[in-house]
Structures are given as structure tokens and as C-alpha cells.
Ligand binder design. Structure first.
Ligand code: SF4
Length: 182
């Protein structure tokens, strides 16, 4: 019962936050919007590079045999930056299901494309996949991860709702204050 209450309050907070972000985006200056679009696009490109290394290491087959072993308890990984990937492109994010171990975990794995997956998820490699990376690939992965972390921090410095702790935690903490402002 307590779990149901948490699920429905998370779902209500998600719906309300989506409306707030859409409204704030309408009010945003063109310069701020362009800056955010450039950051989100750079983040997407870096994440696609990490995903390429994950695929080269045989990640998809290993994940398909496990399906979500690492996704449990990830209720709050999605950040404002990930949501902006959808909204700035005029697209709808997949509706989260808060009754699942992660609200974005579908029957075939994560429903978010690699470019729009949360930072904590895209940088995580389980021991089995990590063990498949060559030394060179590991160095490349670490370098891209550092660049990616900086890009997320740059967005979080400009938009207080974009904390890496996750969008719902930021929204609950900020109350009525704007998510997209400093
Ligand atoms: S967002 Fe996707 S990758 Fe991250 S924990 Fe949820 S299902 Fe897994």
C-alpha cells in the first residue's frame, strides 16, 4: 500500500514536472534555447560513442541474457537534461511506469535510446562487459566519460533542475522555483 502511494506520487510529480518544463521552455530566450540544444546534442554524441564501445565489447548479448540486473532501484536516474533531449526535439519521452524496478525498463531492456539515457546508466559497465574491453578501449571510455560528466555539469550549473541526482529529486527540492534557471 505504501509502495502504491509512492508510485502514484512519483507519477503525479513526473506529470506536473513535464508541464512545468514545457512551460519554461516556451519562455526561454532563443540564446538559452540554442545553448541547451547544443549541450544536449553534444551529450547525445558522447553517449553514442560510449554505446559503440559497449557494443564492441559484446554488451547487447550479455545484457539480453541478464535483462536489467543493473537497473534495479534506479527510480531517479533520469535527469532534466535527458528529458530536454526529447522536448527540445519536439518529441514525447516514454511514459515512466513507477511500479517497475526502474520506470524506464521495458520488456526488452531500457526504453531510452543510448543518446538520451541517464548519465549514471550509460557510464556503467558490469564486470562481465568491462572484462571484454581492451586496455585501449578502457582508456577511450574513461576519456569520453570525463567529457560527458563535464557536459552534464555545465547544464546543471545553468539550470538548477538538472542535478545529476535526478529530475524528480530536483523538482521536489525546488518546489515552485524554475527548473531551467540558474
Ligand atoms: S534508465 Fe534505462 S538503463 Fe537506466 S536504470 Fe532505467 S532501464 Fe536501466
Amino acid at each position: 500500500m505504501g509502495m502504491d502511494t509512492t508510485n502514484s506520487s512519483d507519477a503525479a510529480l513526473w506529470a506536473a514536472t513535464l508541464v512545468r518544463v514545457r512551460n519554461e521552455l516556451v519562455e526561454l530566450s532563443t540564446a538559452d534555447r540554442d545553448w541547451l540544444t547544443a549541450q544536449v546534442s553534444r551529450i547525445g554524441a558522447l553517449q553514442a560513442e560510449l554505446d559503440r564501445l559497449f557494443r564492441d565489447a559484446g554488451g547487447p548479448a550479455i545484457c539480453a541474457a541478464c535483462l536489467g540486473g543493473c537497473c534495479g532501484g534506479a527510480r531517479h536516474h533520469v535527469t532534466l537534461t535527458n528529458l530536454l533531449g526529447y522536448l527540445l526535439a519536439g518529441e514525447e519521452p516514454p511514459a515512466p511506469d513507477f511500479s517497475l524496478i526502474c520506470p524506464q525498463l521495458g520488456v526488452q531492456g531500457c526504453r531510452l535510446p543510448a543518446e538520451r539515457r541517464p548519465f549514471n546508466c550509460i557510464i556503467f559497465l558490469c564486470d562481465r562487459i568491462d572484462g571484454q574491453l581492451t586496455g585501449e578501449q578502457r582508456i577511450a571510455f574513461d576519456g569520453i566519460e570525463a567529457e560527458l560528466r563535464n557536459a552534464y555539469h555545465a547544464v546543471a550549473e545553468r539550470c538548477r533542475g538538472a542535478s545529476l541526482r535526478g529530475l524528480l529529486i530536483a523538482a521536489a527540492r525546488l518546489g515552485d522555483r524554475p527548473l531551467l534557471a540558474r
